[in-house]
Structures are given as C-alpha cells and as structure tokens.
Design a protein around this ligand. Structure first.
Ligand code: MG
Length: 247
C-alpha cells in the first residue's frame, strides 16, 4: 500500500511550496507509510523534480516518483522513432526506454506534452508527422496547470491543438489513464489495498483513484476550490491541504 500524492496543487503551486505539505509527508513516513509522487507534469527531467522536492523539504528517491513522461514512454517501443512536441522530461523518458527522438520529420509516434515554447512551427511539425503516419500520444490531457496567479493552459490544451490539426484522437498516458495506472501498480505492487490517492483535480486524480480502486482525498490547495463542490467523482475526504488531511 502507499499514499499516492499528486505534486502540482498538493506539494506546490508552480515554484511556491504549499505550507505544511513537507511536514505532512514527514509525518506519513514517520508512521512507516510509503509515499509515491505521481505527476501529470511531463516537462522537466527526473533530476529536476528530485531537486525541487529536496528544495521544498521532501527528499525522494527516483523509484518513488512517477511522471506522465514515463507513462507516455511505455506507449512507444524500444527502437522506434518519436517526434517530441514536449519538454526535456519526455525526451529523457523516451531515450531511457531506447526510443530515438527527433524534433522534425517522420516518426512512428508523436509525443505531446506541456512546454512553454510551443509555437505554430512546432504544431506544424507534429501535425505533418501524424498525417504521414505517426500515431499521437499525449502525456496528459489536463486543460490547465495551477500557478499562484491562477490557472494557465496545460498539456491538454497543446494536445488538443495537435489532435485538431492532424484530425486524429490521441492515446493519453497520464492520470487517470491506464498507462499511468500500470506504472503505479508496477511500483507499488499489485496489492493497493489501504492506499489513497491525494490530488487537487477530480477529473484526473479522482478518476485515477477510481482506476486504481482506492479512495480519493481531494485537497483544495490547487485547481479545485470550495465553491466548486460537490465534484465528480465524489471524494472520500475533502481537506484544505495535505497538512490538514494528514493529522
Ligand atoms: Mg495537481
């Protein structure tokens, strides 16, 4: 069993730590609980996430971090070529799997994730590769991404642009979809009884809990606010933040 924690909106908002979350993780670990960090954010490399976690006071081994970039990489076979329309985290995960990555030309798959330098040229390269036969893989379909100044467009917004231009339906890797659930099962082991998913977004974290067959604890420190309640799927618990959830 494990506590399966989302990152954005649970541990931090963009670069701002959420007060009390690091102490809450320490309390869980102090009770001997395993804490797994599962993020739909695919943009950064594993070492950057580990450094950021360390910075906010949560030291994590790479085994306890699962990203949608890693889940997306499981949808591309070793030896295949992928056109990357995403951040460096996707490049890293694909290369670790033995996939050749390119930014232009033809490919077996186009992998789309959130990246700040997305532009019309990148959209064109991605759409052309798909029209030439590549399949479309999205790291995640989150419409927005929470920041201290409110939500900004997320990976799902970029994915929608590529899918619309190419006229295809994507296969999506991240929460709440099956590739991410399989990765988490592989890390935790098949016995998820007693586990809890903690997240700020019912449409991803909540449905992910449903996919894993475990309770969903909603925290109101990210994209979902008190005024948005009730939400679907219905959380087992609602708390202001991780600190008040883990007492
Ligand atoms: Mg989140």
């Amino acid at each position: 069993m494990a506590w399966i924690l989302d990152l954005d909106g649970v541990l931090w908002l963009s670069d701002e730590p959420i007060a009390g979350s690091a102490d809450a993780v320490a309390r869980l670990r102090g009770r001997g609980e395993r804490v797994l960090f599962v993020s739909n954010n695919s943009s950064a490399c594993v070492d950057e996430y580990l450094a950021k976690l360390e910075r906010v006071g949560v030291p994590v081994q790479s085994d306890d971090l699962v990203t949608s970039a890693q889940a997306a990489a499981t949808l591309v076979e070793p030896g295949e070529t992928a056109l990357v329309c995403a951040g460096p985290g996707v490049d890293e995960a694909l290369k670790a799997r033995g996939v050749r990555t390119v930014r232009d030309g033809t490919a077996d798959a186009v992998v789309v994730g959130w990246h700040r330098d997305f532009d019309y040229e990148g959209l064109t390269r991605a759409a052309k590769a798909i029209m030439a036969g590549a399949r479309l893989v999205g790291t995640n379909d989150d419409a927005t991404y929470p920041t201290p100044d409110g939500p900004i467009p997320g990976g799902g917004a970029i994915l929608a642009a590529v899918a619309t231009a190419a006229g295809v339906e994507p296969t999506i890797a991240g929460k709440p979809h099956a590739p991410m659930a399989q990765l988490v099962r592989a890390r935790v082991g098949d016995d998820l009884a007693g586990s809890t998913v903690v997240g700020d977004r019912p449409s991803t974290d909540g449905l992910f809990a449903v996919a894993l067959g475990v309770p969903f604890a909603l925290v109101l420190s990210g994209v979902t606010k008190e005024g948005d309640l009730p939400v679907e799927p219905e959380p087992t618990q609602v708390a202001a933040d991780l600190s008040s959830l883990v007492v």
